[in-house]
Design a protein. Structure first.
Ligand code: ATP
Ligand code: MG
Length: 485
């Protein structure tokens, strides 16, 4: 009896405001999924909706069982009837309230037709496939990258891979310039097409690939990752040397004087200056190892900061991973972010991509230089947008980047999270995304994700498409776990 009742629950939806709906459905052959697309049909009108919550509901009812042969009397009993219920958003269709519309899963063709009807005036970035509408491409609105974007997922969830997909598609479909702070040398092959890439995409990518310039310490000539101390702002110089302008005023002044010269002398030339504060400064440089940094390029023209502002460089990949020390990585990150910030009045749109942001600009910086990088990232997050400075930061845990960077992000790209605590943190920071969709991230598989915000006004669950270019530092294959013969 219970089974019959549960199987006969009709799939019906009701909306009292024409924007959201509530529904019920039988648990048997349940096809509705959180984030999935549905068609609501009633009174000859069809609407397209998206399921946002799905839960098990139950009600208790009293049944009267009939008298049976053999003198068994009529019997009353309590029966628990279980069914699925939840809520959703109406994406398209008559905005009037309705009651008892039949709800069913939308076909791929119906979702595709809706996407075509809601065509946007800006370029679409084909990031992959909608996870719950087979065969339907997931298109991000390229214009949405004029907001800051937060990409989050546990280690190994595919952040770097998916970030690569986003960057490739931006390079193909738009003219937006990119600068990539790449702490793990993961994007050093962003200009190299894979042998197994989709031929049509690979062909289109060739043009974009020519605009990708990778700056590494080991490269020769123009592409050598280098900096000149004189082009770094005073605050970053002081942080590098752990100088306090008040406590260490003599050394600080000696440094300023040294750098103010038209052709700043080499560090070795400092030895000629016998004043005590200069000697102390020289010792400080030496003790901190700053005089041995590989990024310095005395006598060489140009630097990575020129590349960041060179309009002919479409995408500058700054291979922080090629630098031998944490200090040098922090210095280059702070110098690049600081320089972008200082020259913001140029109003030249650029997407500043920071992979492993919890190392580049963490909530709790380990030293003054990292604090400078975090400080510039925070300033860009707060005020960069109106100057065309857009951030795309990627990290494993939302708590590990400054709250002010997170709170300024209007776009979310979420991959698998390993705890509901992280999901709850993301929910609080991205209140415009239905919490139930964010919670799903704990069951995402590798390559599955959620995009929401200006890049996807209707939050979408997706499966990221294949990379066109080679990955730089793919995971080490577990050959050591091959079964022994
Ligand atoms: N959508 C995908 N399709 C195929 N392979 C993928 C996909 N996403 C990730 N991978 C593979 O999974 C591995 C881990 O991915 P990736 O390095 O992007 O993860 P991550 O989140 O950046 O990890 P980490 O936090 O350690 O940097 C890589 O070898 C990558 O090639
Ligand atoms: Mg990564």
């Amino acid at each position: 009896m219970r089974r019959t009742l549960e199987a006969s629950v009709r799939p019906l939806a009701t909306s009292v405001d024409g924007r959201r709906f509530s529904y019920q459905a039988s648990l048997y052959d349940l096809e509705l999924r959180i984030g999935g697309y549905v068609v609501l049909e009633g009174d000859g009108i069809a609407r397209l909706g998206q399921v946002l919550t799905l839960k098990l509901d139950k009600l208790s009812t009293e049944l009267t069982l009939p008298a049976r042969a053999g003198g068994l009397p009529e019997n009353r009993t309590q029966v628990q009837v279980r069914y699925a219920g939840g809520e959703g958003a109406i994406l398209e269709g008559d905005p009037a309230p309705f009651h008892d519309a039949l709800i069913r899963v939308a076909t791929g063709a119906e979702v595709q037709a809706w996407l075509q009807r809601s065509g946007r005036p800006y370029a679409n970035l084909p990031l992959g496939e909608l996870a719950l509408a087979a065969g339907v491409p997931c298109l991000a609105d390229a214009s949405g990258f004029d907001r800051h974007t937060f990409l989050c997922g546990q280690s190994g969830s595919g952040k770097t891979y998916s970030l690569g997909v986003i960057l490739e598609r931006l390079l193909i479909e738009t003219d937006l310039r990119l600068v990539v702070l790449d702490p793990n040398s993961d994007f050093v092959r962003l200009g190299q097409v894979r042998a197994d890439a989709d031929p049509a995409l690979a062909e289109r990518y060739q043009e974009a690939a020519r605009g990708v310039a990778v700056y590494s310490v080991g490269a020769r000539g123009e592409r050598r990752l280098r900096l000149h101390v004189a082009e770094i702002d005073p605050a970053t110089q002081a942080a590098l040397l752990r100088l306090d302008p008040i406590d260490d005023r003599e050394e600080y002044a000696a440094l300023a004087e040294f750098l103010a010269k038209e052709n700043p002398p080499s560090i070795a030339a400092l030895a000629q200056d016998k004043r005590p504060e200069t000697s102390r400064l020289r010792l400080r440089l030496h003790n901190l190892g700053v005089d041995r940094f590989t990024v310095w390029a005395p006598g060489e023209a140009g630097s990575v900061l020129d590349a960041v502002h060179d309009q002919s460089v479409r995408c500058a990949v700054i291979d922080l991973g090629s630098l031998p020390t944490r200090e040098e990585q922090a210095l280059v990150a702070a110098a690049v972010l600081g320089d972008l910030w200082r020259r913001r009045q140029e109003r030249s749109p650029i997407l500043i991509v920071i992979d492993e942001a919890h190392n580049v600009c963490p909530t709790e910086p380990g030293d003054q230089l990292i604090a400078m990088a975090a400080d510039y990232a925070t300033r860009i997050a707060a005020e960069g947008r109106k100057f065309g400075l857009y951030l795309l930061v990627s990290t494993q845990r939302p708590q590990k980047i400054p709250a002010n960077v997170l709170s300024q992000a209007d776009n979310l790209v979420l991959l698998r999270l390993n705890s509901l605590a992280d999901a709850a943190f993301a929910e609080a920071a991205f209140s415009f995304v239905p919490p139930s969709l964010i919670e799903r991230s704990v069951i995402f598989r590798q390559g599955e994700g959620l995009i929401a915000g200006k890049i996807s006004p209707q939050p979408a669950l997706l499966r990221f498409g294949a990379r066109i270019t080679q990955e730089g530092g793919a995971d080490v294959p577990p050959t050591w776990a091959t079964p022994a013969d």
